[in-house]
Design a binder for this molecule. Structure first.
Ligand code: COA
Length: 259
């Protein structure tokens, strides 16, 4: 499948999806959002991909939605644009394969929202985060008002959302927006190392753990625990459970097959 504004490469079961409009700091115009939609479908469907690292070309991760396009939108256009972008980012969050954001530079507005839709965020020391929409007279539209408070708490989220201020990677780590911060040169190697660690585990277990966390997190704990017990039961029927336990008991490395 070919793309104009993103690149998708695969090596050793790890896909790297790079937003690639560097002259606009990888701002998400509608065409790029549509390609992010197709790209995550491809990641989900391709058997040779175990997980995906999402990053940006050159000095930005993604500097937001494309302000040129936003400047011309009617209220109905804007609502449609937000609803579609939300559906696309929901697909990243719901992807049954691990999705790691490797945040290399500016992650503003839609860029911060894309990173938050990924399962895990690793930031370069050069990364900058923010939700500056209010400076433009708009609100976040791709999940920022919902995912940010869930990730870092309501008070800290409202501070970022209302001031529109940019924070550096160290502050993003301090408030829990990112999982770790590494030197720029170590960003992709760190993301790949974490992905390899994850992909050594049983694929169906990974998929169902992601699903249990996503579905449970906004529900009462008792409902989440019920879901968890069902997931635990489902996995007991897989060959990979037998393989994982047999490998442990026989002191060998497991060979998981996703069945
Ligand atoms: N939409 C469209 N174009 C964008 C953009 C966006 N969100 N962010 C950056 N660009 C473009 C700039 O217009 C500029 O294009 P030009 O060279 O054709 O004029 C190019 O990317 C480089 O950006 P520039 O502003 O010159 O770089 P900088 O290093 O001085 O500043 C930022 C970097 C990220 C601080 C600044 O670009 C910025 O504030 N961008 C907007 C961030 C934002 O509000 N995002 C939320 C949108 S809802």
């Amino acid at each position: 499948m070919s793309f104009d504004h993103v690149t998708l490469t695969v090596a050793d079961r790890i896909a790297t999806l790079t937003v690639n409009r560097p002259d606009k700091l990888n701002a998400l115009n509608d065409a790029t959002i549509a390609e992010l939609d197709r790209a995550i479908d491809e990641v989900r469907l391709r058997g040779d991909i175990g997980g995906v690292i999402v990053t940006g070309a050159m000095r930005a991760f993604v500097a937001g939605a494309d302000i040129g396009e936003l400047s011309r939108q009617s209220p109905m256009d804007a609502r449609e644009r937000a609803a579609y972008g939300q559906r696309v980012f929901d697909k990243y969050e719901a992807c049954p394969k691990p999705v790691i954001a490797a945040v290399n530079g500016f992650a503003l507005g839609g860029g911060c929202e894309l990173a938050m839709a990924c399962h895990i965020r690793i930031a370069s020391e050069a990364a900058r985060f923010g939700q500056p929409e209010v400076k433009l007279g708009i609100s976040p539209g791709y999940g920022g008002t919902q995912r940010l408070p869930r990730l870092i708490g309501r008070g800290r989220a409202l501070q970022l959302l209302l001031t529109g201020e940019m924070i550096d990677a160290a502050e993003a780590y301090r408030v829990g927006l990112v999982n770790s911060v590494v030197a720029p040169a170590d960003l992709l190697p760190s993301a790949e190392a974490m992905m390899r660690q994850i992909l050594a585990n049983a694929p169906l277990a990974l998929a169902l753990v992601i699903d249990a966390v996503n579905r449970g997190v906004d529900r009462p704990q008792a409902d989440g625990l019920h879901l968890e017990a069902n997931v635990f039961g489902l996995l007991a029927g897989t060959r990979d459970m037998s393989e994982g336990m047999d490998a442990f008991l026989n002191k060998r490395r497991p060979q998981f097959q996703g069945r």
